[in-house]
Design a protein around this ligand. Sequence first.
Ligand code: SF4
Length: 583
Amino acid sequence: MAGILLISLYNEFNLGVRQMVSELRDAGHDAWMLCLKQYRKKELAPDEEWYPDWQTELPPNGGRLVLSYPYPLSDCERELFKGLLRKLRPQFVGLSVYSAFVPSAIEVTRLIRETLPDALVGWGGPHVTLDPVSSSEHCDMAFVGECDVPMVELAHALHHGKDWRQVPNIVWRENGSIHRQPVSPVIKDLDTLPFTYFGSDGAYYLEDDELVEGRPFPSSELNTCFKIMTTRGCPYVCTFCMLSFQKEVMPDTTRLRFRSIPHVMRELEEAKARMGHFFLEIEDDIFTTRPERMKEFFQHYRERIGMPFWCYTHPNYARPEMLEVLKQNNVQFVVMGIQSGSDRIANEIFDRRVSNKTLLEATRNIHKAGIRPFYDLISNNPFESEEDRIETFHLLRSIPRPYGLQLVALTFYPNLGISRMREERGLPLTVDFQQYRFWNSLYHLASTVELSDGDAEYLLNNAEFRRDPSLLERFATHAKAWTREIGDLKALNQTHLQEVHRLADRVRALEEELTFIKARRGFRQFLWLSEQLRHLKHKLVNWRSLIHAREEGPHKNAGARTDSLREKAISPLCNQAKKLSSS
Ligand code: SF4
């Protein structure tokens, strides 16, 4: 059988890599996976180098927080990696590559070539699908799109000594020219695929000068979270999103593909048996597309799994009946893309197909359902005019608070619709970061504090804040920290309340059993059950007092504190600035 090593860079969950490891093992091959360094964020110092390919969050303090920062390999990690290659001696090594990790992937490829000159090296993943031609410069073959079928075909070809150039979905260079194999149809029936591989055998983790097999590092989220996809695809074609490009190269991904609910439940039950408790992250691009399917999902989920979870929704699918189902089933929060508050940017540039009216209605539905929301917004966008930014600011003011705002910089990945548009219009790849600090602090402020029309006008027209927004940033940072703290406490309370209900049910059941045993069975059983009951009641009292203490504790007035921020802080802030600018 063929020996295949698949490497995930800076992402231990990488469902794509784990899925292919599973498929290769199912087909009888020796498949291993290596998680080469963990996902870690890094806040850059003001003078630190930044690359436009890095996915960057824009926190309220005016900094730049690189999500999944590509920390370089240390000398020790390079040696450990080479040692693993010598031990496994795979015939093929595949790397999953995102645009931000291209330099790291080039280095890893060089290390593979030095250690195993006969092994083939392939690149796959989002960056390679977007730009297979330039990717093929660095490896033997670049894989385009979903590669469930091609990867297994490659393993068969290697095992039988056949020509790998016949494998579908690949692009490679030979004798100075570029060759391509056509893209194979995607798998329509997702139930025919095995579950994502989260086993320990043949799973390696390398981080902080240490290589371990079989178990993730104690700091890893793999120990507490489980991720699953119940569908593949998305009905939309947002120009900044990788999925819209995938539809161009794989037209049969236009339709959403669904796994059956029993198939999903079996995978979740396996995870529950392995992990006990976990926090579920539902990775479907939009989980709330079909109400009937959601109801069926939760009928089973409630009974058989019952773990807290979060999921993505979309403004066109955040309807009250769907949100109610989520709420009843212990959803911790939902994430929804707003992306721009300007109708022009959202629809002409991003092709979101969502009006501001629908968007606001969706946010009100989420608020009414009592679900904690996080909204994604794209800033630092060279397509925007002053009017677009003002429109975004006012939209953020109108969304019901509290909500979390996840602000990121627009990234132009190669060949995406938006990147082609940028080139056609001759726009720059990055914006004036300093100019956007003013806008980003206003966005964060609007998401946390109620601003009157007068205050909003004043802030928008204040030349001093535009020149130096640091005062606004300091204020927004504190306001946001409070909002987050309140949200965290509410979520914790909700979880504890559920635990109280669960324990109360258990106490009731034991009391009934006790009465029955007292009447029918022996004294020893009666004593044992009494002890159980006493223990549970004690636990119940503790939980209740914990909740009571929190409700009465220092955060009792936190909501009111945030509400009065405007009077207590924003207005004096504006007055202070007025004085400064007039003196
Ligand atoms: S709705 Fe989300 S997942 Fe779908 S294309 Fe748009 S950004 Fe991508």
